[in-house]
Design a protein around this ligand. Structure first.
Ligand SMILES: [Zn+2]
Ligand SMILES: [Zn+2]
Length: 329
């Protein structure tokens, strides 16, 4: 196919994508395996909600959330090994070690930022500008409804931030490295330029101990759904789940090598926000990444926003050229 190169995007290049849920393969195997991979996601979600709803105050805190988070990651790594969505995405040592670098970097930067700004000062500022006790109408709502509203409003902001990254050049420079990943697995959410992680994360983790229970529940909801964005597991995701929530299928389309397909499915948790704004595409993709799946090194990921901005600036100040047409293959 012919393609036209614009910056580092190849427009018009066709990479295979699967559109429509009816065309997505089902879990293969015996009845027990099919049962497990149909009900795993909803069961874990409802178990976590029940836990944070009923847990006494003495254990409803950040350290518990972190311990649960690590346990879930180990469990999901095992599922990736048992029932991968694509064999081509199987974790290699090289991928795993690279991912761990980014996970470690994310935690380290978060701690540094907290230490530098001073967690107490941030929390005082947040509490000052956002006094929960004054929101009596909100506090009066049922706890689960409060949690739903917090999660939805938070994801609404994430949706527009992410969509902005795909449409506004300076933001795109920070997000592009994340789109160079060539496979999905549970640690891939951490892979990217740290500036992006800062823009998206905004140090949420640090506030855990000080937030009301509705926010803990909202956080759990987000984790129990958005974890599946980057995962290499074949699930028979229930229809209601994939209507409301983002899935690994949706997010694989967003990471596809097909440019048009990447302009969809921006939400982190609530894919229904994409449905509201007409950006949802139900489907999946196996061939991921940019520039035909070029693997971006850690070094390039770290400096990309600056080096690419320089490159684009030099190109723009050079005499104008027509977009370079790629040779037919
Ligand atoms: Zn994106
Ligand atoms: Zn992603």
């Amino acid at each position: 196919m012919n393609g036209v190169r614009v910056g580092n995007r190849i427009i018009g290049e066709q990479a295979p994508v699967t559109i429509g849920w009816e065309n997505i393969p089902k879990v293969e195997g015996g009845p027990i395996k099919r049962f497990v991979f149909t009900w795993f996601q909803p069961t874990l979600l409802f178990a976590l909600i029940a836990f944070w709803y009923y847990a006494p105050n003495s254990i409803a805190k950040a350290s518990t959330a972190i311990a649960i988070g690590i346990a879930i990651k180990i469990l999901l790594l095992a599922l990736e090994w048992v029932n991968p969505r694509y064999d081509s995405w199987r974790l290699t040592w090289r991928e795993f070690v690279t991912d761990l670098f980014y996970v470690g970097l994310g935690y380290t930067l978060l701690n540094l930022i907290e230490g530098y700004i001073g967690a107490d000062a941030v929390i005082a500022a947040v509490q000052h500008s956002f006094d929960w006790s004054k929101l009596t109408w909100f506090i009066g709502l049922p706890l689960l409804l409060q949690a739903f509203l917090i999660s939805f409003m938070f994801d609404f902001g994430q949706y527009w931030m992410h969509r902005g990254m795909h449409n506004y050049y300076p933001l795109w420079l920070t997000h592009a490295p994340h789109h160079y990943i060539t496979q999905l697995n549970i640690n891939k959410g951490a892979v990217g330029n740290p500036i992006e992680l800062f823009l998206i994360g905004l140090g949420i983790g640090g506030f855990f101990d000080f937030l009301p229970r509705a926010a803990l529940l909202a956080g759990t909801l987000g984790i129990a759904v958005s974890t599946y964005q980057h995962i290499n597991v074949r699930f028979n995701t229930p229809r209601w789940w994939r209507f409301l929530f983002n899935t690994t299928e949706h997010h694989s389309l967003h990471h596809s090598q097909d440019y048009e397909a990447t302009r969809s499915n921006y939400a982190g948790t609530w894919i229904i926000i994409d449905r509201m704004f007409g950006t949802c595409v139900d489907g999946e993709a196996e061939l991921l990444g940019m520039e035909g799946g070029r693997r971006m090194s850690i070094r390039e990921t770290m400096v990309y926003p600056f080096t690419q901005a320089m490159k684009d600036f030099r190109q723009r100040s050079a005499p104008r050229q027509e977009p370079e047409a790629l040779p037919a293959e």
